[in-house]
Unconditional design. Structure first.
Length: 56
């Protein structure tokens, strides 16, 4: 298997699996937190709008 960040070969028993190092693991985490990875699908609506309160 290859590291998804640097493409270096990684063995199944390596402690940082599927990454080759902690550096690559942190780069991947940073990419997730910066929203560089996206899962395709329909757009999510922003928070629901509160309904108007009725006068009593």
């Amino acid at each position: 298997m290859k590291c998804p960040i640097c493409k270096k070969e990684v063995k199944l028993g390596d402690p940082e699996m599927p990454f080759c190092s902690e550096r690559c693991r942190l780069i991947d985490l940073g990419m997730w937190s910066a929203e560089e990875y996206r899962i395709p699908g329909p757009s999510a609506e922003s928070s629901p709008k509160p309904e108007d309160e009725e006068d009593e």
